[in-house]
Design a protein around this ligand. Structure first.
Ligand SMILES: Nc1ncnc2c1ncn2[C@@H]1O[C@H](COP(=O)(O)OP(=O)(O)O)[C@@H](O)[C@H]1O
Ligand SMILES: [Mg+2]
Length: 407
């Protein structure tokens, strides 16, 4: 019997479109002999849809078609299985699902929100658990953990929007302990959205105002000026980790922009060579201009592999992650930049040079998801207690302190 995989994507995030691309790529590559693939698309206004026509990327250019021909559903646990049910008349069950596979980027998808929902209803799912997902999305939390592990990072500070509004002087004073140029980032967005480099005080306030429109938590870092950006992917869980080749991503701007990540390659600037283009549109993160493998000395390669493994383990990540690094070409110093818990295109292109096909990568991820689910089941999450017994006897015995307050 085939395993029914519900691929969940889209959602309320600035990376909605990128998520659609990543998900459709994966849907096309999941082994159809092994899996029955059920697309579950979440619109920007949080409605869930299913239907085979969602496997075709062209449908997403007209939301009305999806609303008209897709089935508006909810996913929940029913009689020991997990079902997708029509929200509208005749409210029939459309299918059951064995395992959920979130391929979502950014807020409400990669950040623990969807993982929390999936865990709450009890369905097995692919990828990191709630904790790894939350920390992997919040650049400040992430840095706290990296710091604990003594991983090398650029100098940084962070603040809340309210503190900036109440006392901008103190916040600016703190930022000025860093050296210009600095890079200002909303703590929880992705795809370079809301990020600006500032070379002076005027640019700094502009960059802060811009970042604040995306998030209430803002990170400011020193810029690595002679920059080489390299990424590596890790597959596994807290027990085992496998490392991909390292890529170098190439930017013609001050930093790698949204356009460079997802759009330029489709304007013919790239030599191409990616085997899984999505018909008529962006190839997602696979579009960016890159060198594989990165041309770096062995010593740096080793350092990056070690840091990546430590970061993956420390966060308790699972499935596949892409971990990004900044190399200062002058000092040859390596800094960890961030971890992407559900990377664009699931970073499949970093595995192919090692002979791992995209389908095999997806298989691996599903197997890890099943294993992690079984482990969760084997742990004890409840225990028997008679603490509530007093209530049924009509009293509050044993809760003396509470009695007075409730009485
Ligand atoms: N400290 C830094 N120095 C130089 N460039 C940086 C620095 N931090 C980020 N960048 C650039 O900005 C891009 C986006 O920043 P990143 O932290 O990766 O955010 P996102 O989650 O949006 O990808 C990076 O890919 C890199 O090009
Ligand atoms: Mg990044």
């Amino acid at each position: 019997m085939k395993i029914k995989v519900g691929v969940i994507y889209g959602g309320e995030t600035v990376e909605h479109e990128v998520s659609i691309i990543s998900a459709i790529q994966a849907i096309n590559k999941l082994d159809q002999e092994k899996y029955e693939i059920i697309p579950i698309y979440i619109t920007k206004d949080r409605e869930w849809y299913t239907g085979n026509m969602l496997k075709d990327i062209e449908i997403y250019s007209d939301m009305n078609l999806i609303k008209k021909y897709g089935k508006n559903v909810i996913l929940y646990a029913k009689d020991g299985s997990f079902v997708l049910q029509n929200k509208k008349f005749p409210k029939n069950i459309i299918t059951d699902i064995d395992i959920a596979f979130p391929i979502m980027h950014g807020t409400n998808g990669e950040d623990g929100v969807i993982q929390g929902y999936l865990q709450a209803i009890g369905i097995p799912f692919v990828g990191g658990n709630i904790y790894a997902s939350v920390v992997g999305q919040d650049k400040v939390f992430m840095k706290d953990i990296f710091e604990k592990e003594k991983l090398p990072m650029t100098k940084y500070t962070w603040f809340y929007d309210c503190d900036y509004k109440n006392d901008s002087e103190s916040v600016i004073k703190e930022i000025k302990k860093l050296k210009y140029p600095v890079i200002v980032k909303p703590a929880t967005t992705g795809s370079s959205i809301g990020i600006k480099v500032a070379d002076n005080d005027k640019e700094l306030t502009e960059a802060i105002d811009n970042a604040i429109s995306y998030d209430n938590k803002i990170l400011v870092e020193e810029v690595v000026t002679d920059l080489k950006e390299v990424n590596i992917s890790v597959v596994g869980n807290y027990e085992h980790q496998k490392l991909s080749v390292i890529e170098e991503v190439i930017s013609g701007n001050k930093f790698l922009t949204y356009d460079e990540k997802y759009i330029q390659g489709n304007k013919g600037k790239l030599k191409g060579g990616f085997k899984y283009p999505v018909k008529g549109g962006s190839k997602g993160m696979a579009s960016a201009n890159r060198k594989i493998p990165a041309e770096i000395p062995d010593k740096q390669k080793k350092e990056i592999e070690e840091i990546a493994t430590k970061a993956f383990k420390a966060l308790g990540s699972a499935g596949t992650c892409r971990i990004d690094f900044l190399i200062d070409e002058k000092s040859k110093k390596v800094y960890i930049n961030e971890i992407n818990s559900i990377p664009g295109s699931l970073a499949y292109y970093l595995w192919e040079p090692l002979g791992v096909s995209y389908s095999e990568l997806l298989d691996d991820m599903i197997n890890i998801g099943i294993k992690d689910y079984k482990r969760r089941l084997s742990k004890t999450y409840t225990f028997d207690t008679n603490i509530l017994k007093g209530f049924t006897n009509g009293g509050l015995k044993g809760l003396k302190g509470v009695k007075g307050k409730l009485g």
